[in-house]
Design a binder for this molecule. Structure first.
Ligand code: SF4
Ligand code: SF4
Length: 141
């Protein structure tokens, strides 16, 4: 922050943090991410195949005029961030996927797990043997 471009921006890059998380693989993994999304100000996005938890909270050091209140001692990650392709300059973000609500993740998970099952069975996920349908009922004696 502090460059000319930043003068025109509402400090978009200081309004969240994003932490890389493991790519979900199982129903339990997806359920954990669904739980993240049940909390306020959370979103999850996928970029270049990598999954991130985004916490949409502004930095405590951001001043009301959107300038950094600790500019001289700001963290390295803030120093390394440049206006080149930044949140303001880079235009609309090109997510692979963006999840803001648990239901969005649920729908994605159902499809991903269905495809995984289909790959495992190699036949579209359809079991070759029939299940309990047609099995005889046993009576308790
Ligand atoms: S998003 Fe870009 S323009 Fe806005 S404050 Fe951050 S670096 Fe500056
Ligand atoms: S420390 Fe300063 S530059 Fe870094 S996120 Fe906070 S307000 Fe922005």
């Amino acid at each position: 922050m502090g460059c000319v471009l930043c003068e025109h921006c509402s400090a978009l890059c200081c309004q969240y943090i994003a932490l890389e998380i493991d790519e979900p693989d199982t129903a339990r993994d997806y359920d954990d991410i669904r739980w993240y999304l049940m909390h306020e100000d959370m979103s999850v996005f996928v970029e270049d195949g990598d999954w991130y938890l985004q916490i949409n909270r502004r930095c405590k050091n951001l001043l009301p005029d959107n300038r950094c209140g600790i500019y001289e001692t700001r963290p390295e990650i803030c120093r390394e961030y440049t206006t080149e392709d930044c949140d303001y300059h880079g235009g609309p973000y090109d997510y692979d996927h963006l999840f803001k609500e648990p239901a969005e993740l649920e729908a994605f998970a159902a499809e991903a797990l269905r495809k995984k099952k289909a790959r495992k069975h190699g036949n579209g996920g359809v079991k070759k043997k029939s299940s309990k349908r047609g099995a005889k009922l046993r009576r308790a004696s």
